[in-house]
Write a protein that binds this ligand. Structure first.
Ligand code: ADP
Ligand code: MG
Length: 683
């Protein structure tokens, strides 16, 4: 058997099972072996029947003392059999596995592992795994792996298949790490690792195997990121943005930068003059003042004779930035130009001309900015806002519009620091970890639906005081299957029955851009009291007069989404509130909403979220473009991650292009993983 053979070479895998496995991305013998257990059960110790623990998984060694029986209950076939050891007897039962009746032999001793429950005063073991007791059992009497299995495939089957694959491919897993790394980190061989991760004989072997596999997974990712970074960093740039007195713009902004802003600004200034292309990420909580930094950087670029372009993910945001920038830069006699797909044809044509001629010194817009038609004039600085909405490629396309311009990326999605290093491996990172003075905490409460009457009264009061309200729903339209609040019918209900005297409007993602724009503007002008919306308002909207946010079905949102949403209030001088409505009873849901009530710090929230949900969830591949981890746990494996990062950097420094013989296999492996298995990595 070869690693690259199709899984159908395995005895127990025919067409049906092969298809089931293929749906899970398992096509070759190698894929199957690299399909690691999601958990383990220690079945090394068995107990006597008298000693079984109710409600727990137990392993017993017992003899079948009556012929197994089958009966039908409604649509279910139930097989039951009485088994005994010296201490007593117990019933074992299975649901919908009629074949078991003919497999169990009267008088034979087996080892059974399963959950013991009490039914009608009798103990029974439910759907136990069983096996004749012998050396080398797979399913009992040992540490047993548990897999995420396709529907209709049992643990026993997949275990057997993996065992066969392992046995038939002895020593097939080549070592690809250079030997100094293996030695330095005291790693076991790769071959040992892939085998022992499935059927470890003891804890020691398991930990050895796991460490090796986690190390590999993180190491390969890290090397790939260094490569990405190497491609963009260390590139010479002719764009030199030299020190220029920024007192003028600072005085127009009208506030003193926080220490954190000042520090970040200095980091950017240092990048500007060092002769290399800057690729810097500015991470900062909502309201920490990233935009102000972007303005000062733009000012410096313009004063050095360069054009600046700022790309935002939505029309609404681009318009808002355009307004904010125009206000500041008009006073400095610097010309800003808007370019979005929402512009009329004539306006667009004019915009292209302004941009090409260099008349437009700061260009602000959406994806429209990267279209082929747009030609820039001496582009020196590219800024993207809220970067998790863009991919590396889009960023690159914008940069390619100039000759190695500097890049500044701003994001308000807080990510634990160590993880930011992985996710944004191709960027240098600056963090604004301080809010401007005088910011009030947004008081946050999690309540259930019984609070509506009080909440609605409170909202009315706030509006009477001249404040404005956001109400967020998880859905746009009604859906019979899900009992969730939706924007359309809720707006109607609010208008008709709940707040007939208030001005209630809605905005959502299915609306035309122009319409969204209009409503947002009218909300900003104070012509709307209550704005009902989906998360379209999540990104960067700034209406300081809005002081109250109600989030319906709050359990449906990720914590960072909730945090972003909440950042829309508390932007003015008024005390602001955020109420999370949820009827969810689960402990995790309660814990998560509880965190929102306790803290306003986005970094703390993201750490906690990661802790509760685990990184699998946290790093939805879709959201962050990070490949799904097969075994590493980005939260718990931080120590290994640190080892990995140091080693990856020193390898990279020694042999950047990985040309040395000892690095060739590793290079191939990295290439293999990132160019074939993981089709796209967009950071
Ligand atoms: P972000 O883009 O990080 O969400 P903004 O740059 O939009 O934050 O800043 C939010 C608000 O705070 C804006 O109204 C801005 O004018 C103001 N602001 C920014 N920096 C300061 C500061 N150092 N002192 C006072 N106000 C500030
Ligand atoms: Mg912002």
């Amino acid at each position: 058997m070869e690693l690259l053979d199709s899984i159908e070479v395995i005895k127990n895998i025919g067409k049906t099972r092969a298809d089931q496995l293929k749906k899970m991305g398992i096509e070759t013998v190698e894929d199957l072996i690299e399909y690691y257990p999601r958990n383990y059960e220690d079945r090394t110790e068995s107990v006597s029947i008298k000693e079984v623990e109710k409600g727990e998984v137990n392993t017993i060694k017992a003899r079948v003392i009556v012929k197994p029986e089958g009966r039908k209950v409604r649509n279910m076939t139930i097989i039951s059999v009485r088994v005994e050891d010296k201490s007593g007897g117990i019933d074992c039962i299975w649901f919908n596995q009629p074949y078991i009746k003919n497999q169990l032999i009267l008088g034979q001793e087996y080892s059974f592992t399963g959950k013991v429950v009490e039914k009608f005063g009798r103990l029974q073991m439910e759907s136990p795994d069983y096996e004749i007791i012998k050396e080398g059992s797979l399913n009992t009497g040992r540490i047993v792996p548990l897999y995420t299995v396709p529907k209709k495939m049992s643990q026993k089957v997949i275990r057997g298949c993996i065992k066969e694959a392992i046995d038939q491919t002895e020593f097939a897993f080549e070592e690809y790490l250079p030997s100094w790394i293996v030695k330095k980190h005291n790693l076991c061989s790769r071959d040992f690792a892939v085998r022992n991760i499935h059927f470890p004989e003891n804890d020691y072997n398991f930990f050895k195997a796991r460490k090796r596999l986690v190390f590999d997974e993180l190491f390969i990712l890290q090397m790939h990121l260094l490569e990405l970074k190497g491609n963009v960093c260390g590139k010479k740039s002719n764009v030199k943005i030299l020190e220029y007195d920024d007192g003028e713009i600072k005085s127009i902004l009208g506030f003193k930068l926080t220490d954190a802003q000042e520090r970040v600004l200095n980091e950017v200034k240092a990048d500007f003059k060092n002769g290399y292309v800057m690729n810097r990420l500015i991470q900062g909580d909502v309201g920490s003042g990233k935009t102000a930094i972007a303005m000062i950087c733009s000012y410096l670029a313009v004063k050095n004779g360069y054009q600046v372009v700022l790309m935002a993910p939505t029309d609404v945001l681009a318009n808002q930035h355009f307004k904010g920038f125009s206000e500041v830069f008009e006073k400095l006699n610097i010309h800003c130009q808007l370019l979005t797909s929402g512009l009329k044809k004539k306006e667009k044509e004019r915009a292209y001309e302004e941009i090409k001629s260099g008349n437009a010194q700061i260009v602000i817009g959406t994806h429209a900015l990267i279209q082929e038609k747009v030609e820039y004039s001496n582009l020196g600085l590219v800024i993207t806002d809220e970067q998790h909405r863009f991919g590396v490629r889009q960023r690159e396309m914008l940069s390619e519009k100039g000759e190695n311009p500097h890049t500044l990326v701003m994001t308000a999605t807080p990510i634990p620091r160590t993880l930011a290093l992985i996710l944004y491996g191709d960027l240098d990172i600056s963090i604004i970890d301080q809010l401007p003075p005088g910011r009030q905490k947004v008081n946050t409460y999690a309540v259930d639906r019984s609070h509506y009457p009080r909440l609605y009264k409170f909202i009315k009061n706030e509006v009477e005081k001249g404040r404005q309200i956001y109400i967020i729903c998880p859905m746009i339209e009604e859906n019979d299957k899900l009992e969730l609040k939706d924007v359309l019918s809720y707006t109607e209900d609010l208008n008709r029955n709940i707040f007939p005297s208030l001005r209630v409007e809605c905005v959502h993602g299915k609306m035309k851009n122009a319409q969204k724009q209009e409503i947002m503007e009218s909300f900003a002008k104070g012509e709307i009291d209550v704005l009902v919306s989906t998360t379209v308002i999540e990104v960067g909207i700034n209406v300081p007069n809005a002081s109250f946010m109600l989030i319906e079905n709050a359990e449906r949102f990720g914590l960072s989404a909730l945090h972003q949403l909440r950042g829309r209030v508390g932007r003015g001088s008024e005390k602001s509130y955020c109420v999370l409505i949820s009827d969810a009873k689960s402990k995790v849901a309660k814990q998560r909403l509880g965190i929102m009530c306790k803290t306003n710090d986005g970094f703390v929230i993201s750490e906690k979220d990661l802790e509760i949900r685990g990184p699998g969830d946290f790093f939805g591949t879709r959201q962050h473009g990070l490949p799904e981890m097969k075994i590493a746990n980005l939260y718990k494996d931080i120590e290994i991650l640190k080892e990995v990062q140091q080693t990856a950097i020193s390898l990279y420094q020694k042999d950047k292009d990985m040309k040395k013989t000892e690095n060739i296999l590793l290079k191939e492996k990295i290439y293999d993983i990132f160019n074939t298995k993981i089709k796209k990595i967009c950071l």
